[in-house]
Design a protein around this ligand. Structure first.
Ligand code: NAG
Ligand code: NAG
Ligand code: NAG
Ligand code: NAG
Ligand code: NAG
Length: 432
């Protein structure tokens, strides 16, 4: 006990000295130059979670240490919470709450793991979340480390859709934690880190603004249920760049009320592709607009770029562009499944590569009541990965045009625009 206190005291002193030195440097800098009012380029001594008693042996519960480190880092300008390289920290569900001072950095160089599976999950904690960031403004989550969700035991729960078999209709509620959730947070950067084996979605952003995700790596086995890579909902101004995602479900999924989403240079697969959808689920307003996905690769996936909607929603989706996407052995490279939701202005430009001949490579299914309009295709060239072309592209009640010839030929788009349609009828306030 005494040794432990001495240890804390020593670290406390180091911490204190670090602070003093930092503030002296800051003061000097402020005096010496009028041009440098921003302190952000001075590196703060980081708050290493070990200073707060974290052990990092992969078994000891280090949750309290993370909480303390967060409180201190959060309350400091340009504070850095450091998860050091070479250690594995086991932590329970935790909510990192803001607002914090500006310039906070959550630096993950080591490994973070949760308790191992549902049996070890504390009974009194929600089974739907693990690491939650709430009301955080301006933070970077970065580093070369790993956040490992250890999902294996969750995926085997009997309530899960059985590995790969008949997944579609059998999604019973079966709570499992999302690895990282950001709620009501703005100005976020997520950079460099690896996330693996989530029990459920790897990342989920709800009600956030200005999210920049860059150079991250997400992996989970192809047959792990519901392990979407990145899911966003009611979130806008999102950039996802230069990342590699392979999971058992959607690579990126975009839910209701998202707009201004830019996705570039990502490699997906195995996965279920990039999907905009399950919009309108639970009677929600589904409006989505200005989404671009470009310069990306989708391989060994059952869908490529997909727009899906469910019955019962309302709203509209417009201004979606898929451009320069390479498909490699994708079962349904281009797919729209729409029910009653107004879909318009969807562009497919430069979608090339190979598909699995079990399904048509292009599938546009819109409803009788509400057609899809202004769908344009240009430079779409999709060849069978192996075997012969057997199925023609499928269209149902979809209006649009080909700007170039496509491979395979698409002859089922309806010309023009149905006269009865006016976007305003669908109750969306468009930003565009
Ligand atoms: C759950 O129980 C543990 C041990 O009794 C306690 O330390 C913890 O604060 C509880 N957590 C919640 C969210 O109630
Ligand atoms: C999948 O499950 C649904 C709903 O339980 C059932 O109606 C359908 O026949 C199943 N399909 C297969 C291929 O097993
Ligand atoms: C695309 O992303 C990969 C990482 O997946 C990166 O290595 C490559 O440099 C990026 N390309 C461009 C043009 O940024
Ligand atoms: C679409 O979103 C991008 C960011 O991804 C933004 O720069 C652009 O201004 C938006 N366009 C419109 C018309 O709002
Ligand atoms: C069709 O959609 C494109 C963008 O995908 C847009 O530029 C164009 O204005 C739309 N045309 C009509 C008639 O709305």
């Amino acid at each position: 006990m005494l040794r432990f206190r001495l240890f804390l005291l020593t670290f406390g002193l180091i911490l204190f000295c670090g602070q003093v030195i930092y503030h002296q440097r800051l003061r000097k800098l402020k005096h010496s130059s009028h041009h440098h009012d921003h302190a952000s380029h001075i590196s703060m001594p980081p708050y290493d979670v070990r200073m707060f008693g974290a052990v990092g042996d992969g078994e000891t519960d280090d949750t309290e240490a993370f909480k303390m480190a967060w409180d201190i880092a959060c309350g400091t300008d340009s504070g850095v919470l450091l998860v050091p390289y070479g250690y594995t920290f086991m932590i329970h569900s935790i909510r990192f709450t803001g607002p914090c001072r500006t310039g906070l950095v959550f630096q993950v160089d080591g490994t973070i793991v949760p308790p191992d599976g549902p049996e070890s999950w504390p009974k009194n904690y929600s089974r739907r979340k693990w690491l939650v960031f709430y009301r955080v403004d301006e933070m970077s989550l970065q580093g070369g480390g790993l956040i490992d969700g250890k999902g294996h035991k969750w995926w085997d729960l009997p309530c899960k859709p059985h590995k790969g078999a008949n997944r579609t209709m059998l999604r019973q509620p079966c709570d499992s934690p999302v690895v990282i959730r950001f709620l009501t947070s703005n100005n976020l950067i997520v950079r460099g880190i690896k996330i693996s084996n989530s029990p459920q979605f790897h990342f989920r952003f709800d009600n956030c603004k200005n999210v920049h995700i860059e150079s991250i790596h997400i992996t989970a086995p192809a047959l792990s249920p519901n392990t979407d890579g990145i899911h966003i909902d009611n979130t806008n101004n999102v950039k996802i760049y230069n990342s590699v995602i392979s999971t058992g479900d959607d690579c990126v999924s975009i839910g209701s009320r998202c707009y201004d989403v830019d996705i570039r240079n990502i490699t997906c697969g195995p996965s279920h592709g990039i999907s905009i959808g399950s919009l309108g689920n639970h009677n929600k307003r589904a409006c989505v607009s200005n989404v671009t996905v470009r310069d990306s690769v989708i391989k060994n996936s059952n869908n490529g770029v997909r727009i899906k909607t469910w019955q019962g929603g309302s709203g509209a989706k417009s201004g979606v562009t898929f451009q320069n996407i390479h498909m490699d052995n994708v079962r349904k490279p281009i797919i729209i499944d729409q029910f009653y939701l107004y879909l318009s202005d969807i562009q497919y430009i430069g979608i090339k590569g190979t598909y699995d001949i079990r399904s048509p490579p292009m599938h546009f299914a819109c409803s009788d009541a509400v057609p899809c309009t202004n769908i344009t295709l240009s430079e779409v060239e999709l060849l069978p990965a192996k075997g012969d072309v057997v199925l023609d592209p499928f269209c149902w009640n979809v209006y649009g045009e080909l700007q170039t010839l496509t491979i395979p030929a698409v002859s089922c788009l309806l010309p023009g625009t149905p006269r009865s349609l006016l976007e305003d009828d669908f109750g969306c306030v468009h930003k565009m």
